[in-house]
Design a protein around this ligand. Sequence first.
Ligand SMILES: [Zn+2]
Length: 238
Amino acid sequence: MIPALLRPVLALLVLLFAAACTLAPVAPVPPPAAQGTEATRADFNAVVARMRPVATQVCRARSPHLDCNFLVLLDDRPDQPPNAFHTRDENGRPVIAFTESLISELRSRDEIALIFGHEAAHHIADHIPRMQREARTGALLGGLAAALIGADQATAREIMSATATVGARRYARPFELEADRIGAVIAERAGFDALRGAQLFRRIPDPGNQFLGTHPPNAERLREVERAVARHRAGLSV
Ligand SMILES: [Zn+2]
């Protein structure tokens, strides 16, 4: 009974995770002159040309069991909100997608590089399967609890869906911070300035410190990048 019930729950969680990196629409604050002007598609292409091979190198070194051949997509539909995400295709090939509206919200190639590195890092650190494992454990525990209280199938599915989400979300924030650390190092190794890139965290809306929220507060992410860059520049492992 459980595997059949579990299938729709897990499918939903994959969708949730693919959307996990969504950057909420950036508040339209006019940038000060020092921050530069909006990035363009040419900037994006230039960043991808430098970041992709380095992301592949880091991926092969840290996770040799994975497919490290990143497919990079640009969604230029004008009605899409500012967004970047990582997912895998059905063969396990990593996909990184940016919407063009996100690029025009960014102020430097360093910012594009930091986001690219972050998305690549989710793949390198194997976050989707790790998240799915936590979700599956949560769902199974929920299913067990539902069986113990003699819940009907519909109630059991609701309980499992809730416990699966809790299981996955417990790890969402540590995964985001891990992706920030590894992503910052990839950006630095590709010759970008991750600290300049992290200025992004001063502009995007702060998700705050919500219980079981998927994203850490911006100040925490900024600190995480600063620490990772300091260690990397000192020749220490991150
Ligand atoms: Zn993320």
